[in-house]
Design a protein around this ligand. Sequence first.
Ligand SMILES: [Zn+2]
Length: 258
Amino acid sequence: MGAVVFDRQITGQGTLETQWQAWPGLCQLPVVSLDELVPPPCRAVVVAPHPDDEVIGFGGLLELLAARGSPILVIALTDGEASHSGSQQWPPRQLAQARICESLAGLGQLGLPPHCHSRLSLPDGALSDCSEMLAQRLAGLLLPGDVVFSTWQLDGHPDHEAAGQATSRVCSQLGCRHWQAPVWMWHWSRPGDARVPWSLMRRLALPENTLRQKIAALAAHHTQLTPQDTGAPAVLPGFALARMLRGFEYFMPVGATA
Ligand SMILES: [Zn+2]
């Protein structure tokens, strides 16, 4: 975390959830239905740069799809081994194993069986350095007709941006429908920010029980929720969680124009 890409800085506490909730534009974003996002016969594929992104960006969507009985594939691009720099408690290898377990527990909480999960184990923090391999691996997993979800290609975290770009490239080659979700955008941008294509954004309403399951799924990610032995704060502190656990998830179609 703490990454800087151009003017999309992830530092400090960012825009607080109270500021987002005070913005009338947030609840004026058009609502999209589950069937509009993923027409029933289609397989949904979620591309998650780090273990926890599948819950933060798409947990409600996944719970609703699992309950509907839709085919689902979650592709974990990295094992998240770089979230605890300098930690003695969590050296990279042990951290990766813990985060894989957390991710599987979280997906189980959302109603997904383990066989819905595929891991690429690409390097955490360096996806942009292996974008060709990333695209090749994705191309081997995606099928024409899939509806694919990834992080936004301008999300501000380099891995999230690399994931969005590579997914976009492969989806356009295969003819897959592709939606991108903002995750860290809610941190660095502001209400009405001109850097964000608000007119493209759609929001999926999460029923109360779905949101409860999403909160429980995120609670499985213990390593991200507790302060680090280095003195660093939790990767996901309360002010970030407040933005991530709304009653809506947000998606932008790729290839559309504002
Ligand atoms: Zn991430």
